[in-house]
Design a protein around this ligand. Structure first.
Ligand code: CP
Ligand code: NVA
Length: 335
């Protein structure tokens, strides 16, 4: 990585590549509610910064760039990866994170989301949130005066998609021109992969049944972004067509958090289960990806999830580095 930018932080030196250098000032103080909040240079900067922070951790180099800063984490739904990547990431950056289960706040007694955001903004330097409904995040923003980072709503999961781009970059040495086939439910993770993948110049193909396709307005936005970046976003009903020559085959659970038990949906999505047969139609170098948590044998065969093409745990590991990059570029560094 180029080392053209130096930012002195006490005894530490923040060395960035030119892309990060260009985008970092733009991200400072900003919220990331969806992938649409980030332009192509900012996506590149996040990936480059995450790679750089990953290297520091691998070399056991201290990197306390957010010393003295605090992140609040307001979660309405359970989380293993997002919550812990924010928590551990903040602490590795020398800061502190505090977990706020939505049920433990005065929200349960009717205090409003904007009032809650006003209060929290006076205590912390940034807030990571997980809301069931995206409109609650928008309402929360009415009172927030510090950066708010979306850790999943029913509509978007930007930090997941960015972590996944980091994993693909690690695996293939770059992103532009890679083909990612997403099979299954066209909701939050799918939306974010379409939008961030498009910004990175990838070819994203979504295979899903009628009734469970991604939001057409987001498909259109993703197609516009892809056209600018030299990539593409296409939809199909045929999982075989989607996975043909894919570099990555990706799926998500068929029933997301907060959704009711729905046998009709499970039946409609069943043909989109990732099987060893489908993986054989991807490139020989093709990988299997899943945001996790997964239901083995529902959306993916265990033989695929636990097989040689699976990079699901690399993906989960890379969440940490992407969360740190997002925290550093939006919150920091400490002065
Ligand atoms: N992939 C993901 O966001 O996992 P968690 O729900 O465990 O945070
Ligand atoms: N679509 C899934 C993603 C979990 C990370 C959900 O919303 O539950």
């Amino acid at each position: 990585m180029a080392s053209s930018h130096r930012h002195e932080l006490g005894t530490f030196t923040w060395i960035h590549d030119p892309a990060a250098q260009a985008a970092a000032p733009g991200l400072l103080g900003r919220s990331v509610l969806s992938d649409l909040d980030l332009n192509r240079a900012e996506v590149d900067a996040l990936v480059e910064t995450a790679l750089w922070l990953k290297g520091q951790r691998e070399r056991n180099q201290p990197h306390p760039y957010l010393a003295g800063k605090t992140l609040g984490m307001l979660f309405e739904h359970p989380s293993t990866r997002t919550r812990n990547a924010f928590q551990a990431g903040m602490e590795q950056l020398g800061g502190h994170a505090t977990f706020l289960g939505a049920n433990e706040l005065q929200l349960t007694r009717g205090e409003t989301l904007p009032d809650t955001a006003q209060i929290l903004s006076r205590y912390v330097d940034g807030i990571a949130v997980r809301f069931g409904e995206h409109r609650n995040l928008i309402t929360f923003m009415g009172g927030a005066t510090v950066p708010v980072l979306n850790g999943l709503t029913e509509r978007f999961h930007p930090i997941e998609a960015l972590g996944d781009l980091l994993t693909l970059h690690d695996r293939f040495g770059g992103l532009k021109g890679l083909k990612l086939a997403y099979l299954g439910d066209g909701n939050n993770v799918c939306h974010s992969l379409m939008l961030s993948g498009a910004a990175a110049g990838m070819h994203v193909v979504v295979a899903s049944p009628e009734g469970y396709q991604p939001d057409p307005s987001l498909v259109e936005r993703a197609q516009e972004i892809a056209a600018q970046a030299g990539g593409s976003v296409t939809l199909t009903g045929d999982p075989h067509e989607a996975v043909r020559n894919a570099d990555a085959v990706y799926t998500d659970v068929h029933e997301s958090m907060g959704q009711p038990n729905n046998p009709a949906k499970r039946a409609a999505l069943a043909p989109y289960k990732v099987t060893t047969g489908l993986m054989a139609e991807a490139k020989p170098t093709g990988v299997f990806m899943h945001c996790l948590p997964m239901r083995r044998e529902q959306e993916v065969e265990a033989a695929v999830a636990d097989g040689p093409q699976s990079i699901i745990f690399e993906q989960a590991a890379n969440r940490l580095h992407m969360h740190k990059a997002m925290l550093l570029l939006t919150l920091g560094p400490s002065r």
